[in-house]
Design a protein around this ligand. Structure first.
Ligand code: FES
Length: 153
């Protein structure tokens, strides 16, 4: 019993940062098919080009509206657990390859979040780290039901 309480306290400390008390807090809904569901807010709370961190149970999840599509990623950078979704703006990235004769090309415009701790870039729609092919952030299923934005974990 004591061990369970201690582990629970540890999980709370490691999963939820205390950095910002202004985060929106999701409302837990009834589970569906064994998966927890949360209402993040109304559709109008997440307009195109907007992103913010929402507290979802014991997690902090970054919610992004990129070109009209909602994406949700954990606010934990795989590098050293930095608050990756707290980046102030989204950007794009430069790429150059043999096909373009190694001329730099701007790609993923307004689809890239840059971790504020050490600058690793992640493509939000795929969760892919642009510098390291083997690093990818998981994504949560986020959907719109009526006027509600619903997340499944
Ligand atoms: S913790 Fe995100 S780049 Fe290091």
């Amino acid at each position: 019993m004591t061990d369970t309480v201690n582990r629970s306290a540890h999980a709370k400390d490691t999963l939820v940062r205390k950095a910002n008390d202004n985060f929106r807090v999701a409302t837990e809904l009834d589970s569906e098919n064994g998966r927890k569901r949360y209402r993040l807010g109304q559709v109008s709370d997440f307009p195109e080009g907007h992103h913010e961190v929402v507290v979802v149970g014991a997690r902090q999840i970054g919610v992004f509206n990129i070109k009209g599509t909602l994406y949700a990623l954990p606010n934990i950078c795989p590098h050293q657990t930095g608050p990756v979704c707290e980046a102030k703006v989204l950007t794009g990235s430069l790429t150059a390859d043999r096909e373009s004769d190694f001329k730099p090309q701007w790609v993923y415009d307004n689809e890239v979040v840059v971790c504020p701790w050490h600058g690793l870039e992640y493509h939000v729609p795929t969760g892919q780290c642009l510098a390291y092919e083997h690093i990818k952030i998981r994504r949560y299923k986020v959907e719109v039901t009526g006027d509600d934005v619903i997340l499944r974990v």
